[in-house]
Design a protein around this ligand. Structure first.
Ligand SMILES: Cc1cc2nc3c(=O)[nH]c(=O)nc-3n(C[C@H](O)[C@H](O)[C@H](O)COP(=O)(O)OP(=O)(O)OC[C@H]3O[C@@H](n4cnc5c(N)ncnc54)[C@H](O)[C@@H]3O)c2cc1C
Ligand code: SF4
Length: 361
């Protein structure tokens, strides 16, 4: 993706000075990984009050099964180009200034943080990705004294990097991509994915937000719900169906490569170079979810141990044959190899119990 992204920057002359990246660096990812702390002000988001009663009535009449809930007289996303441009302007003026800083952060009180909520408008073609990038970069150039390049580069990368890369991968890899299951995962998604009813606070929040708002930001999709589905070795068909059904911005060309490829590694590493899995420590580092959780993020096998911990090591052990030669996994496998057999055994026993009784956790 990084090479593709750099080519796109050059091809479309975005944040470039001659043939060099503006600011001297292509990527400011390292400075864009802050945890958001309660008390640091987030401007209120731009909501529209669109009446979609007649659309909902058509859906009901057609007998389409739905889930989640929303207010039919105050649908908050832009439904016209004019509204999309208002939302884009609002993002530039209020949210861009800290977009990069908190793009990976998660918090129980904040659904959107500094995210743009523009995916719906772009996927509906109310506003083009080029319009969005040009507007944001022009705004940055006029406000360079207040806005750092790391904020705008982080945003540009999401669009001309990730979004366009996913579009290309979809068309290059379909129809095969839709049936790939390289890790041979077969389990079912638990019922709590449709209710949010679980004692795991991170999942409860990410799923409830998704059901209530049709929204979760990238890290919630990748490192909470996606991470859990992969660690519990869920059939990617189930995972695809959930993501396609639940998000307001879900369209197959962007959902499928993100879900089956990037999040579930079902394509064997064509889209992502390693599986995006983590134990509870990453979630703890980037959020406040663990503070009020029934489980203890530091424990591994006790009754109140964070389920992500045993599931993580169990996953690495179960999938050793598929992953052991992956260069980016070498360090984790060397840690696993040094683990005492009785510790690994205890971890696998707990992970197995979790997988078999997911709705009890
Ligand atoms: C498992 C999984 C499933 C996803 N499914 C979808 C989907 O169905 N539709 C969808 O539009 N996005 C999807 N994404 C990407 C991303 O999560 C959303 O685009 C983003 O959360 C939308 O919120 P936002 O507009 O506030 O984004 P911001 O954080 O403000 O980012 C700006 C824009 O960058 C683009 N973007 C960022 N990351 C990606 C990415 N990985 N792929 C494509 N575009 C990206 C989006 O257009 C987004 O609007 C998925 C990600 C994962 C991990
Ligand atoms: S302790 Fe584990 S299950 Fe609970 S919120 Fe933290 S990561 Fe999630």
């Amino acid at each position: 993706m990084e090479n593709f992204y750099r080519d796109m920057r050059k091809k479309y002359d975005v944040l470039m000075v001659d043939d060099q990246p503006e600011g001297g660096k292509w990527n400011y990812d390292k400075s864009n990984r802050n945890k958001w702390k309660d008390g640091f002000r987030i401007p209120s988001h731009k909501y529209f009050k669109n009446d979609v009663v007649s659309v909902v009535s058509d859906i009901e009449k057609a007998g389409v099964k739905t889930m989640g809930q929303f207010e039919t007289k105050t649908f908050p996303y832009p439904l016209t180009r004019e509204q999309a441009l208002v939302q884009l302007k609002y993002f530039c003026e209020e949210l861009l200034i800290h977009f990069g800083d908190y793009q990976d952060a998660m918090h129980t009180d904040e659904t959107y943080l500094f995210h743009s909520r523009l995916s719906f408008a772009m996927n509906l073609k109310l506003v083009s990705p080029q319009d969005v990038v040009t507007t944001v970069v022009n705004y940055y150039h006029k406000h360079q004294k207040e806005i750092e390049i790391s904020q705008v580069e982080g945003f540009v990368r999401q669009i001309i990097g990730w979004r366009e890369y996913m579009r290309g991968m979809y068309w290059a890899r379909m129809p095969k991509l839709k049936s790939e299951n390289s890790l041979d995962n077969k389990n079912k998604l638990p019922d709590f994915f449709w209710t949010g009813n679980t004692k795991m606070n991170c999942l409860s929040h990410a799923i409830t937000n998704s059901l209530d708002n049709g929204y979760a930001h990238h890290i919630q999709r990748l490192m909470i719900t996606g991470n859990y589905a992969l660690l519990t070795q869920t059939n990617p068909d189930d995972v695809d169906a959930w993501y396609l059904g639940i998000y307001v911005d879900a369209v197959e060309w962007v959902q499928l490569p993100n879900t089956r490829g990037m999040s579930q590694f079902a394509d064997g590493g064509k889209i992502a170079t390693k599986p995006y899995v983590s134990s509870g420590s990453y979630i703890h580092k980037m959020s406040n979810y663990c503070d009020a959780c029934h489980y203890n993020q530091n424990k591994k096998t006790e009754k109140d141990a964070c389920p992500f911990n045993s599931l993580y090591w169990n996953f690495l052990d179960d999938k050793r044959e598929f992953l052991k030669d992956n260069f980016r996994m070498k360090m984790m496998y060397s840690v696993l190899d040094k683990m005492r057999p009785e510790n690994l055994h205890a971890m696998k026993k707990r992970a197995q119990h979790i997988i078999e009784h997911q709705d009890a956790y």
